[in-house]
Write a protein that binds this ligand. Sequence first.
Ligand code: ZN
Length: 429
Amino acid sequence: MFKFLHPRDEIIEIINRIYQNGMTTTSGGNLSILDDDGSIWITPKGIDKGSLIPKNIVRVLPNGTVDGIHEPSSELPFHIAIYKARRDIKAIVHAHPPALVSFAITRKIPDTRIVPKASEICGKVGYAKYALPGSNALGAVIASVFESGHDTVLMENHGIVTVGNSLFHAFQKLETLDFCARLTLKANILGEVKVLSNQELELSRKEIFLDEFEHTSPSSKEKELRKKIISLIHRSYSQNLVTSTEGTFSARVNDDEFIITPWGMDRKYLSEEDLVLIKNNKREAGKKPSRSVGLHREIYRNHTFINAILIAHPPNILAFGVCDKKFDTRTIPESYLVLREIPKIPYGAELGKSEQDLSSITNLISENTPIILCENDCIIVTGSSLLQSYDRLEVAEFSAKSVIASKAIGEVVPINKSEIDELEKAFGI
Ligand SMILES: [Zn+2]
């Protein structure tokens, strides 16, 4: 996506994503890219981050000359210090996202072992002591933490800096750590937070091997489903139900065919052609399906009433997945009717290491149990159509959000047994 973008345009693209995701204010944060000739392209000082355009981006030449209509960001000294300290770094993102600032001001580091892929993406998170913004001293402190091998650094009483060999990779670290921070803050309101052991983290690093087939003539039904999946995955990205590279949606085309999202591609820009058709357990030639493809296949194979499966990581419902509390769906009639029971299963089975793991999940799913929460990982939502599954995903996230917010004002009073009986009777479930 970014390969042929000019650094100015790349910076605008990513700053817009950061601003739209609520991870920076108009004045806070700055981004830069190191060009091959040693120039640094950087966001300007004091210009509204919500309405930047390419010509606002400033170029600082290797000899220090500034080329542009604005002054460079006041944090230019620490960007220069980081590029000097590590030759492999090509881009830097700095911001003050509220959840990460909560950690910065309590002087704590978010634990990325709360979900499997976060530690893979962010690496070990470093910690930089406070120093005056814009000062060379701050540059020296931060650069020394990056020099010791960290790619993600929490700044004491300030914010976060991430780096990468591209701006997207730096952004991905920011987005992922912010997700861990939001998840941890929410889960701590509920109960005791559990993190994964190194052994458990290793389990998730698995490659998928499927034979290929040449896909020559997609049916109209398949084309229609591709369009629907893309529209929903874009919507779910803007609603924070999935992150840029996490979240797997699939839809059944017929008995032994389904379409699934690809592995590792940015969800924001996915298009119909990126989706992968799986037919008789073979993958469309040249494409890599999501690593959970085996689980999707087993669910479709065993449940003919299921036509769409969504695996997502919404922070509110997942907060129940990373702590010791159960999510009770008896909050309002809509929640109980749409969600029914949501069982929580121990971490690991959803990774599908064995046939036994896959059948343990498949056997748990039924028309009365369409959703499963997987500890420290994800939520699996099934339905008879993409829209029904998507509605269930949204209702689960909204309901969990209400329960977490309600902790500030009192104890939740669930709908009682006789009211549930009455609901079940009235709605024929
Ligand atoms: Zn700052």
